[in-house]
Design a binder for this molecule. Structure first.
Ligand code: NAD
Length: 256
């Protein structure tokens, strides 16, 4: 279905990024994995993905907190038919105590990098005559929670930038959309469980159902396979007129 296309997925040595990269490879796309780490395991991961799905898979290091490296990632990839902006981090602090360097890092990695990668990828998509931009926002791109100021600001920003990207490409065979997951069980969320258990004096299961999934009416995590499947759907011909919008995968969170 996607053979001959190259998908660049930012922040894809773990979690949702890796899940989406796997789904893209499963649909026949060549994939570029990315993170800021450049470890042996990162390159091994790409090698295994390529072998498992019979596609070309490469790992390219780029620290997306730096604009030039974000641009360099797409330049080094050489082709980018499908751009998935996924890299992200989290920080939970009240506004007046929010560490300034964390604010700057979150805005750089999760918002500015989306501008940089898109700016380099769009000319490539135009030349190729086809393109898909998929930005991983969040339910927090549509709703807020206290103590997640930078994350909520960045994710709302990504939704706005996705709409601009869609309008600037509206008459071309290029679409831009944001996927807005609720909670997905990845290392990012896993890391929040012990703190939540401690803070509320709860066991793991109770902390998950009553605190973490409190706002997710389904009381279930979205899965990596579901995220990957939706990203592949957005690349399909059926989705050609879906542009500038958000696809919520949040078990009903934003229905409230
Ligand atoms: P994760 O921690 O498993 O993965 C984050 C990825 O980002 C990793 O590959 C990491 O290497 C990469 N990354 C972090 N800083 C980077 C940098 N400076 N340069 C390059 N890469 C960097 O987290 P995840 O849960 O898979 O999250 C992926 C995306 O999905 C994030 O944007 C997150 O906000 C979003 N999201 C996650 C959930 C969830 O419940 N897990 C919900 C909604 C949205």
């Amino acid at each position: 279905q996607l053979s001959g296309k190259t998908a660049v997925v930012t922040g894809s040595n773990s979690g949702i990024g890796l899940g989406i990269a796997r789904a893209m490879a499963g649909a026949g796309a060549d994939v570029v994995l990315n993170s800021y780490t450049d470890s042996e395991e990162d390159h091994q991961l790409a090698k295994e993905l390529g072998e498992e799905f019979g596609v070309t898979a490469r790992y390219i290091k780029a620290d997306l907190s730096k604009g030039e490296e974000a641009r360099g990632l797409i330049e080094q990839a050489g082709a980018c038919d499908i751009l998935v902006n996924n890299a992200g981090i989290q920080q939970v602090s009240p506004i007046e105590e929010f560490p300034v360097e964390k604010w700057d890092a979150i805005i750089a990695i999760m918002l500015s990098s989306v501008f940089h990668t898109t700016a380099v990828a769009l000319p490539m998509m135009r030349k190729a005559g086809w393109g898909r931009v998929i930005n991983i926002s969040s339910a927090h791109g549509l709703r807020a929670s206290p103590y997640k100021g930078a994350y909520v600001a960045a994710k709302h920003g990504v939704v706005g930038f996705t709409k601009v990207t869609a309008l600037e490409t509206a008459e071309e065979p290029i679409t831009a959309n944001a996927i807005c997951p609720g909670y997905v069980l990845t290392p990012l969320v896993e890391a929040q469980i012990p703190d939540t258990m401690k803070q509320y004096g709860m066991d793991r299961e109770t902390a998950i159902k009553e605190v973490i999934l409190e706002r997710q009416p389904s009381k279930e995590f979205a899965t990596l396979e579901q995220l990957g499947g939706s990203a592949v759907f957005l690349c399909s011909d059926h989705a050609a007129q879906i542009t500038g919008t958000t696809l919520s995968m949040d078990g009903g969170w934003t229905a409230r």
